[in-house]
Design a protein around this ligand. Structure first.
Ligand code: MG
Length: 161
Protein backbone atom coordinates (compact mmCIF):
# COMPACT_ATOMS: atom_id res chain seq x y z
CA UNK A 1 0.00 0.00 0.00
CA UNK A 2 1.34 3.37 -1.00
CA UNK A 3 0.29 6.67 0.53
CA UNK A 4 0.62 10.27 -0.63
CA UNK A 5 -0.21 13.44 1.28
CA UNK A 6 -0.95 16.86 -0.15
CA UNK A 7 -1.67 20.29 1.25
CA UNK A 8 -3.65 23.15 -0.22
CA UNK A 9 -4.16 26.80 0.66
CA UNK A 10 -6.36 29.50 -0.82
CA UNK A 11 -7.63 32.97 0.00
CA UNK A 12 -10.26 35.15 -1.68
CA UNK A 13 -11.22 38.78 -1.07
CA UNK A 14 -14.48 39.67 0.66
CA UNK A 15 -16.33 42.26 -1.43
CA UNK A 16 -19.85 43.68 -1.70
CA UNK A 17 -22.11 42.38 -4.47
CA UNK A 18 -20.85 38.81 -4.57
CA UNK A 19 -22.27 35.56 -3.22
CA UNK A 20 -20.57 33.89 -0.25
CA UNK A 21 -20.28 30.20 -1.07
CA UNK A 22 -18.31 27.84 1.14
CA UNK A 23 -18.30 24.09 0.65
CA UNK A 24 -21.04 24.58 -1.93
CA UNK A 25 -23.34 26.27 0.62
CA UNK A 26 -24.65 29.78 -0.02
CA UNK A 27 -24.12 31.73 3.24
CA UNK A 28 -25.16 35.16 4.46
CA UNK A 29 -22.47 37.58 5.64
CA UNK A 30 -23.85 40.12 8.17
CA UNK A 31 -22.51 43.00 6.02
CA UNK A 32 -23.68 41.40 2.78
CA UNK A 33 -20.16 40.59 1.64
CA UNK A 34 -19.20 37.71 -0.64
CA UNK A 35 -16.06 36.18 -2.11
CA UNK A 36 -14.51 37.69 -5.21
CA UNK A 37 -13.10 35.45 -7.92
CA UNK A 38 -13.42 34.19 -11.46
CA UNK A 39 -15.33 31.06 -10.44
CA UNK A 40 -17.79 30.98 -7.53
CA UNK A 41 -14.68 31.63 -5.35
CA UNK A 42 -15.42 28.72 -2.99
CA UNK A 43 -12.15 28.99 -1.10
CA UNK A 44 -12.76 25.77 0.87
CA UNK A 45 -13.28 23.65 -2.22
CA UNK A 46 -10.29 25.32 -3.93
CA UNK A 47 -7.97 24.44 -1.04
CA UNK A 48 -9.20 20.82 -1.13
CA UNK A 49 -8.59 20.60 -4.89
CA UNK A 50 -5.04 21.90 -4.44
CA UNK A 51 -4.41 19.35 -1.66
CA UNK A 52 -5.57 16.52 -3.95
CA UNK A 53 -3.45 17.73 -6.87
CA UNK A 54 -0.51 18.37 -4.56
CA UNK A 55 -0.61 14.82 -3.20
CA UNK A 56 0.21 13.54 -6.70
CA UNK A 57 2.48 16.48 -7.63
CA UNK A 58 0.06 17.37 -10.43
CA UNK A 59 0.40 21.14 -10.02
CA UNK A 60 -2.38 23.42 -8.84
CA UNK A 61 -5.92 24.32 -9.86
CA UNK A 62 -4.69 27.31 -11.89
CA UNK A 63 -3.09 24.80 -14.27
CA UNK A 64 -6.36 22.93 -14.90
CA UNK A 65 -8.85 25.79 -14.56
CA UNK A 66 -6.97 28.99 -15.56
CA UNK A 67 -8.63 32.13 -14.15
CA UNK A 68 -8.28 33.88 -17.54
CA UNK A 69 -10.28 31.13 -19.30
CA UNK A 70 -13.89 32.33 -19.83
CA UNK A 71 -14.96 28.69 -19.62
CA UNK A 72 -14.57 28.79 -15.81
CA UNK A 73 -16.31 32.13 -15.22
CA UNK A 74 -18.83 31.66 -12.43
CA UNK A 75 -17.99 27.94 -12.32
CA UNK A 76 -19.48 25.76 -9.58
CA UNK A 77 -16.35 24.73 -7.69
CA UNK A 78 -17.93 21.43 -6.62
CA UNK A 79 -18.06 20.50 -10.32
CA UNK A 80 -14.38 21.33 -10.65
CA UNK A 81 -13.72 19.20 -7.57
CA UNK A 82 -15.43 16.26 -9.26
CA UNK A 83 -13.02 16.66 -12.18
CA UNK A 84 -10.01 16.71 -9.88
CA UNK A 85 -11.21 13.56 -8.09
CA UNK A 86 -11.64 11.87 -11.49
CA UNK A 87 -8.04 12.79 -12.32
CA UNK A 88 -6.84 11.22 -9.04
CA UNK A 89 -8.87 8.04 -9.61
CA UNK A 90 -7.73 7.72 -13.27
CA UNK A 91 -4.22 7.41 -11.89
CA UNK A 92 -5.26 4.55 -9.62
CA UNK A 93 -5.42 6.49 -6.35
CA UNK A 94 -8.27 6.81 -3.88
CA UNK A 95 -8.87 9.36 -1.15
CA UNK A 96 -8.43 8.17 2.45
CA UNK A 97 -9.53 11.45 4.01
CA UNK A 98 -9.53 15.21 3.77
CA UNK A 99 -9.12 17.72 6.56
CA UNK A 100 -9.54 21.45 6.30
CA UNK A 101 -9.84 24.65 8.28
CA UNK A 102 -11.59 27.80 7.08
CA UNK A 103 -10.33 31.08 8.55
CA UNK A 104 -13.19 33.59 8.71
CA UNK A 105 -14.29 36.16 11.29
CA UNK A 106 -17.94 36.09 10.16
CA UNK A 107 -20.45 34.66 9.53
CA UNK A 108 -20.55 31.85 12.11
CA UNK A 109 -19.78 28.71 10.14
CA UNK A 110 -20.62 26.12 12.77
CA UNK A 111 -24.32 25.77 11.77
CA UNK A 112 -23.22 25.01 8.18
CA UNK A 113 -20.32 22.63 8.73
CA UNK A 114 -22.34 19.41 8.41
CA UNK A 115 -23.95 20.56 5.15
CA UNK A 116 -20.50 21.47 3.76
CA UNK A 117 -19.07 18.05 4.73
CA UNK A 118 -22.01 16.23 3.13
CA UNK A 119 -21.88 18.26 -0.08
CA UNK A 120 -18.12 17.82 -0.49
CA UNK A 121 -18.21 14.12 0.42
CA UNK A 122 -21.03 13.29 -1.98
CA UNK A 123 -19.25 15.03 -4.90
CA UNK A 124 -16.06 13.15 -4.05
CA UNK A 125 -17.74 9.74 -3.68
CA UNK A 126 -16.78 9.68 0.01
CA UNK A 127 -18.59 9.38 3.32
CA UNK A 128 -18.95 12.59 5.37
CA UNK A 129 -16.75 10.90 8.02
CA UNK A 130 -13.86 11.13 5.53
CA UNK A 131 -14.20 14.89 5.12
CA UNK A 132 -13.12 17.15 7.98
CA UNK A 133 -14.19 20.78 7.85
CA UNK A 134 -13.26 23.05 10.73
CA UNK A 135 -13.67 26.78 11.16
CA UNK A 136 -11.73 29.34 13.15
CA UNK A 137 -11.64 33.10 13.40
CA UNK A 138 -8.29 34.84 13.13
CA UNK A 139 -8.87 36.65 16.44
CA UNK A 140 -9.33 39.85 14.39
CA UNK A 141 -5.69 39.66 13.30
CA UNK A 142 -4.42 40.02 9.74
CA UNK A 143 -6.40 40.08 6.49
CA UNK A 144 -8.96 37.50 7.59
CA UNK A 145 -9.34 39.24 10.96
CA UNK A 146 -10.06 42.57 9.25
CA UNK A 147 -12.55 40.74 7.02
CA UNK A 148 -10.63 41.62 3.88
CA UNK A 149 -10.87 37.98 2.90
CA UNK A 150 -11.51 34.37 3.87
CA UNK A 151 -8.79 31.75 3.62
CA UNK A 152 -8.63 27.98 3.91
CA UNK A 153 -6.00 25.32 4.54
CA UNK A 154 -6.59 21.68 3.57
CA UNK A 155 -4.76 18.37 3.55
CA UNK A 156 -5.57 15.22 1.60
CA UNK A 157 -4.32 11.66 2.12
CA UNK A 158 -4.42 9.31 -0.86
CA UNK A 159 -3.80 5.57 -1.06
CA UNK A 160 -2.98 3.16 -3.85
CA UNK A 161 -3.39 -0.56 -3.28
MG1 MG B 1 -9.23 30.13 -5.37
Amino acid sequence: MQFRIGNGYDIHRLVPGRALILGGQPLEHPDGLGLDGHSDADVLVHAIMDALLGALSLGDIGKYFPPDDPQWKGADSLELLEQVVALVMERGWSVVNIDSVVVAERPKLKPHIEAMRSAIASRMGLEPEQVGVKATTNERLGAEGREEGISCHAVALLQQP
